[in-house]
Design a protein around this ligand. Structure first.
Ligand code: FAD
Length: 391
């Protein structure tokens, strides 16, 4: 990105563009690229069935590049198939009497906690504890890139997202929280557009793929706020990952392949406890500033509802591969929101953090996608200016 336009601190964040670019290039991008290849992080569980609650007429995309290869049963890790019964489920505990002394203390000792629980994410529409119709997808085989999905079906989803669920803030006095929701979605949208442009079908007859700089310019670079929103989203998700450090460090990365799993664990630690990152950008985003005004809890509930609607809209994405990445990235954002603003959705009580394995997978893969986009825009910006000209 152009150094003059994107200088100084990323709006509403705590680090400047230059620092983000250099940290990303030297540290985050290489680490994340390795991490998402690991057996633990490459299989995402997803309900791909198109179950659009808004436009029942929406047909499935039939374009060749839209289809997703699902994993054959024997490919994904054995441990992923087992039910979650590692002593944390409280379903089988029957309360004898309602006396305080009979009540089981369910406070989780995070130090002792290993393994993953099944829990529903309050920010998303899908019930993450419902395993029916879920399939495992190897993300490495299904890169986010150009699919040919365009026209009214794609347009009405983005329109519904922006007009009904996260309008662009019209003035300075628009509340910070709504502004943050808009920026998160816009940043994600920029990232999707950058991935489409970075891996584009340039010549259909010869199946030639490559970069499409016009698209980068027309959809992203021409609008500096879209670039800024991308950096904002990246820092927001990075903050969520670092805030969940203790949890993620102690989690189990067991896929039945000890040497790979040790490597995954070591990469996770390198990401979470990095002296360079801690020195240069210790708090990428300061979530404590939000929800402080009057009506904080109601506002949180309203924004949560809007985000859930956005998540429901992913079932209307008429292209399977776009739906896969849409669902993954919205779950990743929902997980970041859950980590930063942990509430149970009803009572607004702060909860001890609990993540589902699929949430961690979505979170890290989203961070990787955003990191790729930040790197691409940093590199492609000057080339676009040189070859196609300024905005
Ligand atoms: P669109 O990207 O459709 O944008 C629509 C309108 O939104 C623009 O006219 C503009 O007003 C506004 N807008 C655009 N960018 C931003 C921004 N960053 N911030 C704020 N406002 C913005 N296609 C693929 O080829 N591969 C994919 O993997 C893929 N994934 C998708 C996932 C989802 C969830 C959706 C809804 C669509 C996906 N698509 C994908 C389609 C793709 O995003 C575009 O819709 C399509 O390429 C048509 O682009 P467009 O130029 O009409 O603008």
């Amino acid at each position: 990105a152009d150094s003059q336009k994107y200088a100084g601190i990323v709006e509403d964040c705590c680090c400047d563009y230059e620092t983000v670019d250099s940290l990303n290039e030297e540290l985050l991008h290489p680490l994340l690229q390795e991490l998402v290849k690991s057996p633990f992080f490459r299989y995402f569980k997803v309900k791909l069935w198109c179950d659009c609650p808004f436009w029942p007429d929406d047909g499935m995309c039939r374009l060749r590049d839209c289809s997703v290869c699902e994993c054959p049963e024997n490919e994904f890790p054995e441990t992923f198939k087992k039910p979650f019964n590692r002593g944390l489920s409280s379903d089988n505990l029957v309360c004898q009497e309602e006396k305080p002394e009979t009540i089981v203390d369910r406070t989780l000792d995070t130090k002792a906690f290993r393994g993953w629980i099944e829990t529903d994410n309050p920010w998303t529409n899908d019930d993450e504890t419902d395993n029916s119709e879920m399939t495992y997808v190897n993300l490495q085989l299904n890169p986010e890139r150009y699919t040919g999905y365009t026209g009214p079906s794609a347009r009405r989803i983005w329109d519904a997202i922006y007009t009904e669920n996260c309008p662009k803030y019209p003035s300075e006095d628009f509340c910070q929280e709504k502004k943050a929701l808009y920026k998160l979605i816009s940043g994600l949208h920029s990232s999707i557009s950058i991935h489409i442009a970075a891996d584009y079908l340039l010549d259909e007859a010869n199946n030639l793929w490559g970069q499409n700089l016009e698209i980068v310019k027309d959809r992203v670079l021409r609008y500096p706020d879209r670039v800024r929103n991308l950096y904002f989203t990246f820092l927001f998700v990075l903050r969520a990952v670092t805030k969940a450090s203790d949890y993620l460090e102690q989690a189990e990365y067991d896929t039945g392949n000890p040497s790979e799993d040790l490597k995954t664990q070591s990469l996770v630690k390198q990401l979470l406890y990095n002296p360079k990152l801690q020195a240069a950008c210790p708090v990428p985003f300061d979530e404590a500033k939000l929800w402080q005004g009057q009506g904080g809890p109601e506002l949180k509930q309203q924004i949560q509802k809007q985000f859930r609607n956005i998540s429901a809209l992913m079932d209307c994405v008429g292209c399977e591969k776009c739906r896969l990445w849409g669902k993954l990235q919205v779950l990743g954002l929902g997980t970041a929101l859950k980590i930063l603003f942990s509430v149970d959705g009803k009572n607004h009580i702060d909860q001890p953090l609990q993540l589902q394995r699929n949430e961690a997978i979505a979170l890290i893969n989203l961070l990787n996608r955003l990191s790729e986009s930040v790197k691409l825009i940093h590199e492609m910006g000057p080339t676009v200016e040189k070859i196609i000209g300024g905005q």
